[in-house]
Design a protein around this ligand. Structure first.
Ligand code: GLA
Length: 428
């Protein structure tokens, strides 16, 4: 990111009103660089698994309440999630009371969050984690709670005062494309002005694209990550549609991603109900290739050891978090195999091959090593490790060799290619 661009004059009356009141209020000023999300954000977000469950009488363990987040915070620490890198515990929609307080500030529903968000943030911080929250650029959140339109500065300051570390800013109920764009920009600058480090997660291109082509360069100047595609659900069809959208638009979106600003294909649904084991492997592998934020939406109190091991796989997370920060892309699609690759630090590459054929059994695919990594991944030779579905050293390969792999239907084989010849040369 980010936030480096010159401020464009906001057109909406609301913003002008604030600018009149606040003389240092930014026209032409350079916004601060928030220095966050230098690698994709990792954490947990309640939406896909817990949605807008308000019924704490009937379902005390799965309603949106401080108890849910406190339990998740404890497990994130005790069960190795924090050590694996999952740091942000994020609240989505439905945390608010239906009305603002007498001073116009957002407030949590006090039945479900008796200690309020400030106390929850303190608790989350005491565990060494960070807290994310949710609001909306328009008049209401998608679930109908108070929106931030008209209150951007107040809400940014409230979140900072509470000790919030990430804001997911949704785009429902915005009455014009201009308000949408101006609101997303204004909130970015308002968060910066609070002086608190707050990761800014946007859905600006998702809401903009039916009306106007998003300008991703501009979006990157204001947001740490941004959603472009519909909400994920717990199904293979949903995961597949996200991959299809991403490859179809890769010429526009891949180059824009990098340290500080990432394309967000939405939450990891690994550990829930809808994906087979192979499909969970595919989601993890491809979210690593896409340099996607890794925000799990699952129940950490009840997750299989296999899903946990996949989500905590250090080698796969290392690809996702690679410091070079380059997003991968689909290299080719042939007879229902998709080959994706991603350049990594120190001339390494990650390669994922998906078997998209949904009938039959495992199928073999033969890769010409010379075709990988723009012809240089393995020149003149390299070492290849299979990371998923299970870790296996495949050994040394020459540029001219072929590699045969076998992949289950809707599954993925994820490889890491290291140019050991470069390493040995530099040691000489
Ligand atoms: C939108 C967002 C989702 C979630 C819901 C909450 O649909 O895209 O990720 O935040 O709103 O209402």
């Amino acid at each position: 990111m980010q936030l480096r661009s010159r401020y464009h004059r906001l057109g909406c009356a609301l913003a002008l009103r604030f600018l009149a009141l606040v003389p240092w209020g930014i026209p032409r000023a350079r916004a601060l660089d928030n220095g966050l999300a230098m690698t994709p954000t990792m954490g947990w977000l309640h939406w896909e698994r817990f949605m807008c469950n308000l019924d704490c009488q009937e379902e005390p363990d799965s309603c949106i309440s401080e108890q849910l987040f406190m339990q998740m915070a404890e497990l994130m620490v005790s069960d190795g999630w924090k050590d694996a890198g999952y740091e942000y515990l994020c609240i989505d929609d439905c945390w608010m009371a239906p009305q603002r307080d007498s001073e116009g500030r957002l407030q949590a529903d006090l039945q479900r969050f008796p200690g309020g968000i400030h106390r929850l943030a303190n608790y989350v911080h005491s565990k060494g984690l960070k807290l994310g929250i949710y609001a909306d650029v328009g008049n209401k959140t998608c679930a109908g709670f108070p929106g931030s339109f008209g209150y951007y500065d107040v809400d940014a300051q409230t979140f900072a005062d509470w000790g919030v570390d990430l804001l997911k800013f949704d785009g429902c109920y915005c009455d014009s494309i201009k308000h949408l764009a101006d609101g997303y920009k204004y909130m970015s600058l308002a968060l910066n002005r609070t002086g608190r480090s707050i990761v800014y997660s946007c859905e600006w291109p998702l809401y903009m694209s039916p009306l106007k082509k998003p300008n991703y360069e501009e979006i990157r100047h204001y947001c740490n990550h941004w959603r472009s595609f519909a909400d994920i659900s717990d199904s293979w069809q949903s995961v597949k549609s996200i991959l299809d959208w991403t490859s179809a638009h890769q010429d526009r979106i891949v180059g824009v991603a990098g340290p500080g600003g990432w394309n967000d294909p939405d939450m990891l649904v690994i550990g829930n109900f809808g994906l087979s084991w192979d499909q969970q492997v595919t989601q993890m592998a491809l979210w690593a290739i896409m340099a996607a934020p890794l925000l799990m939406s699952n129940d950490l109190r009840n997750i299989s050891p296999q899903a946990k091991a996949l989500l905590q796989d250090k080698d796969v997370i290392a690809i996702n978090q690679d410091p070079l920060g380059k997003q991968g892309y689909q290299l080719r699609k042939v007879s229902n195999f998709e080959v994706w690759e991603r350049p990594l630090l120190d001339l390494a590459w990650a390669v994922a091959v998906i078997n998209q054929q949904e009938s039959g059994g495992p199928r073999s695919y033969t890769i010409s090593i010379a075709s990988l990594g723009r012809g240089v991944a393995c020149n003149p030779a390299c070492h290849i490790t299979q990371l998923l579905p299970v870790k296996r050293e495949l050994g040394f390969y020459e540029w001219t060799s072929m590699l045969k792999i076998r992949i289950n239907p809707t599954g993925t084989v994820l490889l890491r290619i290291e140019d050991r010849s470069q390493t040995s040369k530099s040691l000489l």
